[in-house]
Design a protein around this ligand. Structure first.
Ligand SMILES: *Cc1c(COP(=O)(O)O)cnc(C)c1O
Length: 233
């Protein structure tokens, strides 16, 4: 079932690209494997999938240790400063940077390990109380501060849109994130790239692609429902 699910999501990604007049290789599908066993990831890996997303540091590290080293791991969950050191040289991209203090820690740990950390700034476009991320009007000043950090590359922006049954409702948020990226890019700040937009999940990735997503993060649509009760750690 896993491979069929993956292939059908990929098919939908291609259709959305076509509908939007975009080249399909502008959009990468992240298979969000949080709470799912290593065996599921291995099955997809054997099918050729290399991009996986996790939201917990411990789980990401455990899976990193037990799976092939050419997997691109994406940290998509809220990141605590004291845990940055465990993942800094394991992940391809950190999607969830939303404070100067977190960026400072990433800078320090990246420097120690002599790596460049690729990050996205998480934006709470819909201004939901329950969510992490900056408001749109706070993003530019954070980016300006981070632009001086030698071991960080800001690649773009990320958002988690509200849960909805009707993905059309989230189009406004995706559009707003895209516009914010375009506006910041126009300022040509050193060290700041605004070409990566991580937006769209199982319920709304098609709309996100139409509005300019370059990464979509799909869990349920590939792996099926998650059962959090089995995993309390
Ligand atoms: C869990 C998660 C996803 C995937 O959600 P689905 O609705 O299962 O596709 C995407 N992004 C983030 C940040 C997540 O935590």
């Amino acid at each position: 079932m896993l491979i069929e699910n993956y292939e059908s999501v990929l098919q939908e990604v291609r259709k959305a690209c076509e509908k939007a007049g975009r080249n399909e290789n502008e959009v990468s599908l992240i298979a969000v494997s949080k709470t799912k066993p290593v065996s599921d990831i291995q099955t997809l890996y054997d099918h050729g999938v290399r991009i996986f997303g996790e939201n917990k540091v411990q789980e990401l590290c455990d899976k990193y240790d037990s799976l092939p080293k050419d997997i691109q791991w994406h940290m998509i969950g809220h990141l605590q400063r004291n845990k940055v050191k465990y993942i800094i040289d394991k992940v391809a991209l950190i999607h969830s940077v939303d404070s100067l203090r977190l960026a400072q820690t990433i800078q320090e740990e990246a420097k120690k390990k002599n790596v460049i950390a690729n990050i996205l700034i998480e934006v709470n476009v819909a201004e939901e109380e329950s969510k992490f991320g900056l408001h749109c009007d706070e993003v530019l000043s954070l980016i300006q501060e981070i632009s001086t950090f030698s071991n960080i590359r800001v690649q773009g922006l990320m958002t988690i849109a509200p849960y909805t049954e009707n993905e059309e409702e989230n189009r406004q948020y995706f559009r707003k994130l895209k516009k914010l990226a375009v506006d910041i890019k126009a300022k040509s700040i050193d060290n700041i790239h605004m070409d990566t937009l991580s937006m769209g999940m199982t319920g709304d990735y098609r709309t996100a692609i139409e509005e300019g997503a370059t990464y979509v993060r799909v869990g349920t649509g590939i792996f099926g429902e998650r059962n959090y009760k089995l995993k309390e750690s």
